[in-house]
Design a protein around this ligand. Structure first.
Ligand code: B1H
Length: 846
């Protein structure tokens, strides 16, 4: 009887002896894989291919993760700690199997087991499709933060959308045009998600919102369309801990299958129309990095996701049996950029209309729950939504936004709200009021999401020191003056050393462990431990091993390119890499113009002098929005010409690798000698691949921008190749260009020569590139001309440094050794302590 009290039902021993643990040995593993082949996949040894074997292996690993996941969720429920929720419209997870095996410390057992079954684990890993539910750095950062939250035992869940199609697949035509194909990543089934059909919420769109007569601003929102949000859970295993967190992704479904009345009346299309429109919400990730379009479907995505996530968060909170005023003591919600800002008026709506709280009281709760991270100061990336569109789709939220904004004294509940408070602090400053308003005047009026996120959040942060300063002195300056600077902070981005060193560079990981004589489970979770590698930079044998690993990683990349694209890459050359979304501010143009310059210089040398040149292979990869298609085309055509030039091809070659992805990055980054992070100063908020390259012993050539600055502070400026104008000079130069334009022939003759060669048709029809080339001739906004000389000099210094290979390897070692700060564990602990007020809740330690 006493057993019954402790255990929910049945015989506790029967339950417990049948609950699988994670200490599986090879025998257990093969048993479980074969079992999945037979029962989950309904296949057999005779017809099993690599894909099937991958799926069975994945399901078997998933079983292990689920045991931990269950235990973790139970533990969190019992301990009822404060939890944090990371709301991100993007989670760029990449592949899962290898990461899971490493975090669970089961890789070698699975390797053996899979071998015994006649497959190779390496082959199976390649079968997995990337989960590419993101555009670039912002989405990958979210994925790194999930890994670190679990690894640091923090009770953090992610909330996002389960897009049916991830970021488009990029194909490059022979002419060099980017072609896009859909990414049906779920077609092979996804073993890493658990459908939770029972966890679902109704989300309303359109309809009418009627204010109710009583005092504190309630309203009744009715009618319109209701869509169902269904949860899919993705397990996030921590490294060397049993804590396994959750990423909950929402799928949209029609609330009722379809309209049977229309169907019976013969209107078959009409009958399924509304059900299709419901399913459309989570059909595809918007591929626009740094631009917003005001598209209705995107707004619906944002509301659908924030409404479902908040409903889920509130339901979980209510299970604690606490009063709603304690909500901020149990919940912190991190807004990843402005994309989830609708969560602010949505929580207001719930608290006022459903929980019947007073307006002020609701606002106090809201402003203690949310935290907001800004990721860019580029004006075109600041989200705004047309008021008419908002009124149409979310009539109640538009009312609430107006209430937050109201200066009006006609409603008691609006009397002390935002603009009035501003007016009081800065009397008569109409311009300031207009700048800070949630509504931008114009046709149409627009809602400024950054302003809303800023006033609705407890704290706001940028993602690197310089960026956070720029946020405070430019786009949110008025708010700093109003709220005081303590509401604003910085959390420099980080990357997970599990994926971005141990997983992508296993040989280097092994060398580090054996040299430091510490198990990797220790230094992977305390990356400052790498510091001790500095002393081995003086050790010749160590340097040789270090260099040999870099060489093998270059060969691994060359092999990958050979098998996928058919090119033979010169692995004796220096590998120079620029991989990121294509964007004007990231200045891939500067890089390709530099390549052409180098080519022209090589052509001008005598064969004897050419032999003294440091051979170099330049790699580009990245997806582009339509505005930047031409840059890809130029790169591809320059590659076509110079790779075929018998005079120079041994000294310079160039590849554009199509369809950049997380898994391609895992092969490219460990192979890089030097990588380029060359944004116009003040435009790249942080950058995170810069950290990945350095962690893998690659050096940087870059501008004094974003996290480059802090990397140099850590690894020493002598180990970074900086160039270009500094942030304060950028504004001045733009101003000068406006009033005293200098023709490029005068400003930078070598660049003018390069541009003329392009126009003259050296790389095919010059006319194609005229718009691109003319932008630069006219003194472009991103200052390619102004930085060109300095850039070329920096690259010359790179060449010179590379000639002294011993010194280079020392630089490489010292760079890796000093990357401790850039672990996402440090970053996530910073959020936990300085923002969310969250404690680690380790499973099984009490
Ligand atoms: C970053 C974005 C972004 N900043 C809008 N902003 C998007 C903006 O779909 N949209 O509408 C998508 C993405 N992404 C990047 O964030 C910064 O450019 C990087 O410098 C930074 O490292 C990264 C992570 O903080």
């Amino acid at each position: 009887a006493s057993g019954k009290e402790k255990w929910p039902r049945g015989d506790e021993t029967v339950w417990k002896t049948n609950m699988r643990g994670v200490d599986a040995d090879v025998g257990d593993i093969t048993k479980s894989v074969v079992n999945h082949v037979q029962t989950s996949l309904a296949r057999q040894a005779y017809n099993l291919d690599n894909l099937g074997a991958y799926q069975a292996a994945a399901l078997s690993v998933r079983d292990n993760m689920l045991v931990n996941w269950n235990e973790t969720q139970l533990h969190y429920t019992r301990k009822a700690p404060k939890r944090a929720y990371y709301l991100s419209l993007e989670f760029l997870m990449g592949r899962t199997l290898d990461n899971a095996l490493l975090n669970l410390d089961l890789k070698s057992q699975y390797k053996d087991g899979i071998n015994q079954l006649g497959f190779s684990l390496e082959d199976l890993l390649e079968e997995e499709r990337d989960a590419a539910l993101g555009n670039g750095g912002l989405g990958r950062l979210a994925a790194c933060y999930l890994d670190s939250s679990a690894s640091q035992d923090l009770p953090v869940w992610g909330y996002g959308l389960r897009y049916k199609y991830g970021i488009f697949q990029q194909l490059i035509s022979p002419e060099g045009n980017q072609l896009e194909a859909p990414d049906p990543w779920l077609d092979n089934q996804n073993p890493w998600e658990l459908p939770r059909i029972d966890v679902n919420y109704e989300v309303r769109f359109y309809g009418q919102s009627e204010r109710l007569s009583e005092g504190h601003g309630r309203a009744l929102w009715t009618g319109g369309q209701e869509v169902l949000a269904v949860a899919y859970d993705v397990m996030i295993p921590g490294c060397n801990t049993r804590n396994t967190n959750n990423l909950r992704l929402w799928e949209s479904k029609p609330k009722r299958g379809f309209d049977l009345n229309s169907f019976n009346a013969g209107n078959y299309e009409g009958a399924v129309e509304s059900s299709n429109s419901a399913a459309a919400i989570t059909s595809v990730l918007y591929p626009n990095d740094h631009t917003t379009f005001g598209k209705e479907l995107r707004l619906k995505q944002q509301y659908f996701w924030t409404a479902a996530s908040l409903a889920d968060i509130i339901r979980r909170f209510k299970n604690l049996g606490k009063s709603i005023n304690e909500f901020p003591d149990y919940v912190a919600i991190q807004l990843n950029d402005t994309h989830p800002t609708l969560a602010i008026p949505e929580l207001m709506r719930i608290l006022i209309d459903e929980e019947d709280l007073d307006w002020n009281f609701a606002w106090q709760i809201v402003t203690n729950v949310f935290f907001f991270t800004n990721h860019t100061v580029l004006p075109e990336a600041l989200e705004k939504w047309p008021v008419p569109l908002m009124e149409h789709i979310l009539p109640r939220h538009m009312q609430i936004i107006y209430d937050i904004k109201a200066v009006s004294n006609t409603n008691t509940f609006a009397a002390r709200i935002f603009l009035q408070a501003v007016e009081k602090k800065f009397p008569g400053d109409r311009e300031r009021l207009a700048r800070m308003s949630l509504i931008e005047e114009g046709f149409p009026k627009q809602v400024r999401m950054a302003n809303l996120a800023c006033i609705g959040s407890r704290r706001i942060n940028g993602v690197a020191e310089l960026h956070s300063k720029l946020v405070q002195t430019t786009i949110l300056k008025d708010f700093v003056e109003f709220f005081g600077v303590s509401k604003f902070g910085n959390v420099t981005n980080g990357i997970t050393p599990r994926r971005w060193l141990d997983q992508c560079n296993p040989e280097l990981s092994k060398l580090i462990s054996s040299t430091l004589k510490i198990d990797k489970s220790v230094w992977l979770k305390d990356l400052y431990k790498l510091k001790d590698l500095v002393k081995y930079a003086a050790d010749k044998g160590f340097r040789a091993e270090w260099a040999a690993i870099k060489q093998r990683n270059k060969e691994r990349l060359a092999h990958h390119i050979e098998t996928t694209l058919g090119f033979t890459v010169n692995t004796n050359a220096m590998f120079d890499v620029q991989i990121k979304r294509l964007h004007e501010y990231k200045r891939q143009t500067l890089n390709i113009l530099g390549v052409i310059h180098r080519y022209l210089e090589l052509k001008a040398l005598t064969p004897a002098l050419r032999k003294k040149v440091n051979p170099k292979v330049v790699f580009f990869a990245g997806k582009a929005a339509p505005a930047f298609f031409k840059t890809i085309r130029l790169i591809v055509n320059v590659a076509r010409v110079i790779n075929a030039d018998p005079e120079t091809k041994d000294y310079l070659s160039l590849y554009f690798l199509p369809d950049y992805s997380v898994s391609l990055a895992e092969v490219l980054i460990p192979a890089s000698d030097i990588s380029q992070h060359i944004s116009t100063a003040g435009t790249e908020a942080s950058g995170t691949s810069n950290m990945k390259f350095c962690l893998n012993g690659g050096l940087l050539v870059g501008t004094v921008d974003g996290a480059n600055i802090e990397i140099a502070e850590e690894v020493g400026e002598e180990n970074v190749f900086f160039f270009g104008h500094l942030t304060p000079a950028v504004e001045d130069l733009r101003y000068q260009h406006m009033y005293h334009p200098v023709p490029v022939d005068e400003a930078c003759p070598p660049l003018a020569n390069v541009l003329n060669q392009i126009s003259g048709g050296l790389f095919g029809d010059g006319g194609v590139y005229e718009p691109l080339v003319n932008t630069i001739r006219q003194g472009d906004y991103y200052l390619v001309t102004d930085d060109f000389d300095s850039y070329i000099r920096a690259l010359a210094m790179v060449d010179e440094a590379y000639l002294d290979r011993d010194e280079w390897v020392k630089k490489s070692i010292c760079t890796t050794a000093n990357m401790g700060k850039f672990s996402s564990d440090r970053a996530i602990m910073d959020y936990a302590q300085e923002y969310w007020n969250l404690e680690p809740i380790p499973v099984g330690k009490d």
